[in-house]
Design a binder for this molecule. Structure first.
Ligand code: ADP
Ligand code: MG
Length: 416
């Protein structure tokens, strides 16, 4: 009975790091590299705990589920985490003294690690079902190897064999459920990212039709001037025409650039971003959309507000909020945008409209998926904005009064 208890403790020790990792790390840590390092450290801690509270039986014989963290660290992390975790196992085992158990550990590792690494490549390319099969087979292989080497080194005993068999069955079952659990969590995570992308594409497609005007206007103006330049009885202000044409073309170019950068999927999550500058670009992108809705945008933007973020995502969250503000005024009106730094280390952005406003109940529902009061709304814009701001450790406050207007206050951590 004690043995089963010990195994259950082992189970807890291996399962806790997974939850810690997926609850506190995957979404919060932005850079891939630090995520990988933390990932290895967490699995490393799991290995140390497993080895510190082993299932003890017989003389100087210890058994534990270290295969679980080793296996998952290697399969999901790749070469370096696997080397780190193996080295950790060997050094920690050394700390208990060089005994037959130590040789046992080293031998099993030498024989099974290369096999795990060989399968790691096909694991990372495979779909969920195949991943489960690979992980379970490797866990079975490792435990069987452990069992065989144990018998070779220490001789056969019925009691030992029974404990080893329990370990094997335990390891295989735990691996099976673990892989499914991790895969499910990863799927949910990917789905979220995909949803953000879909919403961004939808916003782009909505903006493009109005955006086309914005490009056409300067083109038409320039064309008119070129025609004039061709006129032999050209009035005197030739230079002026050329100057205006160049300005118009530059503006069109700027809009295209802003638009393209907004549409690109983003990679770097940790760049230094000037929030004020980005806010201006967002206003540029949305300008034609707002004019189309008879809405004027007034800005008071303080540049030189820097933070670590991903500028595309940040812009996406601004655009979603701004678009709602514009849409909340069916008869037109004014949107005020401000951006300042606060004394307590934040960048404060406010976006205020004179629109239809929201009741307390509506504010509470804001940000839940598919909540929309618009006929053709998706109800994803606010959810995405909240997610993005939260991922940059920021906050959003909403003040609103029915039929008076709404104010969004976005607080983002500033680089001091
Ligand atoms: P969608 O715009 O597709 O409806 P959102 O998630 O962007 O979805 O917004 C959800 C809902 O929140 C909107 O349908 C609207 O009712 C409400 N809302 C958001 N912003 C404002 C605002 N500035 N003024 C009034 N209502 C708003
Ligand atoms: Mg919206």
């Amino acid at each position: 009975m004690n043995i089963i208890k010990d195994f259950l403790l082992q189970l807890t020790l291996t399962i806790t790091p997974v939850f810690i990792y997926y609850t506190f790390i995957t979404e919060k840590i932005k850079s891939d590299k630090s995520r990988k390092v933390l990932f290895s450290i967490i699995w490393g801690i799991s290995i140390l705990l497993c080895m510190s509270f082993p299932v003890s039986f017989g003389q100087n014989a210890r058994l534990d589920l270290r295969i679980i963290p080793l296996l998952f660290g290697s399969l999901y992390g790749g070469l370096w985490p696997s080397i780190f975790l193996s080295a950790l196992i060997i050094f920690y085992r050394l700390h208990f003294g060089i005994s037959i158990g130590f040789y046992n550990t080293v031998l099993v590792l030498i024989l099974s690690l290369p096999v795990i690494l060989i399968f790691q490549k096909s694991f990372s390319r495979s779909k969920r079902d195949k991943r489960v099969k690979i992980a379970v087979s490797l866990s079975f292989y490792y435990s069987l190897f452990g069992l065989t080497i144990f018998i070779i080194l220490r001789g056969f005993s019925k009691n030992y064999l029974m404990v080893q068999m329990i370990e094997l069955i335990f390891a295989v079952i735990v691996t099976y459920f673990f892989t499914i659990l991790i895969e499910t969590i990863r799927e949910i995570h990917n789905l979220r990212v995909e949803m953000q992308n879909t919403e961004r594409l939808r916003v782009i497609s909505e903006l493009t039709s109005v955006f086309a005007h914005e490009i056409r206007n300067p083109m038409q103006a320039t064309r008119g001037f070129l025609q004039l330049l061709n006129d032999p009885d050209l009035p005197l202000n030739k230079k002026e025409y050329i100057k205006i044409s160049i300005e118009e073309l530059d503006r069109a170019n700027e809009i295209i650039n802003d638009f393209l950068s907004f549409g690109k999927p983003s990679v770097n999550n940790d760049e230094k971003v000037d929030v004020g500058y980005q806010l201006r670009r967002v206003v540029n992108i949305i300008q034609s959309y707002s004019l189309h809705h008879n809405v004027k945008i007034h800005t008071d933007i303080n540049e030189d507000c820097w933070m670590y973020a991903n500028h595309q995502k940040l812009n996406q969250s601004f655009i979603n909020i701004l678009k709602n503000a514009i849409e909340s005024m069916p008869n037109g009106g004014i949107v005020w945008i401000t951006c300042t730094s606060t004394d307590d280390g934040y960048i404060k952005i406010t976006i205020q409209d004179q629109g239809i406003g929201m009741t307390k109940k509506q504010i509470d529902r804001l940000g839940s998926p598919f909540y929309s009061l618009k006929e053709s709304g998706t109800g994803l814009g606010m959810m995405v904005s909240f997610q993005i701001v939260r991922s940059f450790k920021g906050k959003i406050q909403v003040n609103s009064e029915k039929d008076r207007g709404t104010e969004f206050i976005i607080l983002l951590p500033r680089i001091s």
